[in-house]
Unconditional design. Structure first.
Length: 253
């Protein structure tokens, strides 16, 4: 996906998230919990995502190349009423996407990853937004799948960015040569991931033998890797016991 594709996806996912939140925060009805985020209500989900958007808007607006100083960071409090909260989310999403449009993909800014660019934040945030849209929809019904191209990008991003980061943030055990393949059934891509000591080695498109293969649509693979779906949603071949071990090697955040 390129920058313009991700901008379009961000806008459509933001609109879908807002629609899901309005449905969930129906006045006069009890507020539903979010099944895929234990302990969170829909309002908690909105506050989280809206806060992240405003934090990153500050980083982008100020062109920060070091982490923001918490002492100088003042973010507005979210409204308590459902309508105000939903509008607060929408305003923050619009501000963030406008800044990302303005900066393009190559403006140097601080991130928590080796890639230090505005494009990193767009890729990260459109994926996070799509997953949380799925979360919000799951609070009141059957959530819709992720866009296939976005989902495939989310799978790649997991191996390129999230898995190494999560292993560094948490005390993950050293790899012992475990070989995983994730194969997309609604497109041509497959991803082979090898854990070698502290390294994650990627072999895109490899046909070499693996210990376990998990096959499913790009959306199903992405949602599994983000901890939203479990192994039964996938077609597993090889050593099925290694699939839950993935989350030991790549601890959830």
């Amino acid at each position: 996906m390129d920058h313009s594709d991700r901008i379009s996806c961000f806008q459509s996912e933001a609109a879908a998230f807002e629609k899901a939140v309005r449905r969930a925060l129906d006045p006069g009805e009890p507020e539903p919990a979010v099944p895929s985020c234990p302990g969170w209500s829909v309002s908690d989900l909105v506050v989280h995502l809206g806060g992240v958007h405003r934090y990153l808007a500050h980083v982008l607006r100020e062109r920060l190349t070091t982490p923001p100083d918490p002492a100088g960071l003042s973010l507005p409090e979210p409204p308590a009423d459902p309508e105000g909260l939903t509008q607060w989310f929408a305003e923050g999403a619009r501000e963030l996407v406008d800044l990302l449009k303005e900066l393009g993909p190559d403006t140097p800014v601080w991130t928590w990853a080796p890639e230090q660019s505005s494009g990193f934040w767009l890729r990260m945030q459109v994926i996070e937004l799509a997953v949380h849209r799925w979360d919000a929809e799951s609070a009141t019904g059957v959530p819709g799948p992720l866009d296939p191209d976005l989902a495939a990008d989310a799978v790649s991003q997991t191996f390129e960015v999230m898995a190494p980061a999560r292993r560094s943030w948490r005390a993950a055990p050293a790899g012992k040569g475990e070989r995983y393949r994730f194969r997309r059934t609604d497109g041509p891509e497959s991803w082979t991931v090898v854990f070698s000591a502290d390294e994650i080695l990627l072999e895109p498109g490899s046909t070499a033998p693996v210990d376990v293969e998990a096959a499913g649509s790009a959306s199903t693979l992405a949602l599994f890797l983000w901890g939203r779906l479990t192994a039964p949603a996938l077609k597993i071949t090889g050593d099925a016991t290694l699939l839950p071990h993935w989350f030991t090697l790549v601890p959830p955040v």
